[in-house]
Design a protein around this ligand. Sequence first.
Ligand code: SF4
Ligand code: SF4
Length: 266
Amino acid sequence: MTGEDKPRVAFFDFTGCEGDQLQVINLEDRLLDLVEVVEVVSFREAMTEHSDEYEIAFVEGGVATAHDERRLTDIRDNADVVVALGSCAAFGGINALRNHQDFETVKERVYGEDADSITSYPIARPIEDVIEVEYEIPGCPIDREEFLGAVTALVNGAEPSIPNYPVCLECKFAENTCAFERGETCLGPITRGGCSATCVSAGTHCWGCRGMVDHPNEDAYTDVLEANGLTTEEVIEEYQLYWGWQRDQVAVADGDSQPVADGGER
Ligand code: SF4
Ligand code: SF4
């Protein structure tokens, strides 16, 4: 494939830790496979060159400021395909931890006497709340193989294959003892699989870092929850680490009014 017919790819970072782009850089020798099939024209974490001419934009991080919104709109204008990279971009992720806390208190805790200089919105949002997004690659951080698979699909004009089954399925394949049987709770029944249930295999439980499966109330592995006398809503309420934004979407889908985070309107 020559430089002329390779799709041009750009990476962008918004509010987040940049851990997903680091995963791409950590592909190391497999980066050579990547640049065989795409031309990377912008990647602040890895190169100084930049171009606004690209077909595919990978966007990491959530939306927290008015500046983020303007940048995203420009990216949308330039790109044919926008891919949300990682959980903050895909569904709010860790950034949205603040969505249900008093924002002034959060700012003071993090920035101390400089809190007043922070102009962020009190609510962190995924990028699809601002622009249209074609695909999402969840994870905190993303899985490198899943990323490579998504790039391969896009280059071949296919849709990236992101699982829509719960972590429980992979957990059973891994022959783990269920966290509920250990007297713990776990978000695995309603969390999107694709991680091989890595946290349960490591002796803990699923924290939901890959976000919810689609339609968790209908399609989730509810028999695990039911067997333990729990509902989807109860386990969501217990775990706020990643789902500060998504829990509101479930509430809206169920007919509740749109919740507004403490701290005011965005
Ligand atoms: S609830 Fe958690 S520990 Fe139990 S099977 Fe599902 S993912 Fe595994
Ligand atoms: S088990 Fe849950 S928290 Fe751990 S990597 Fe998988 S989705 Fe993320």
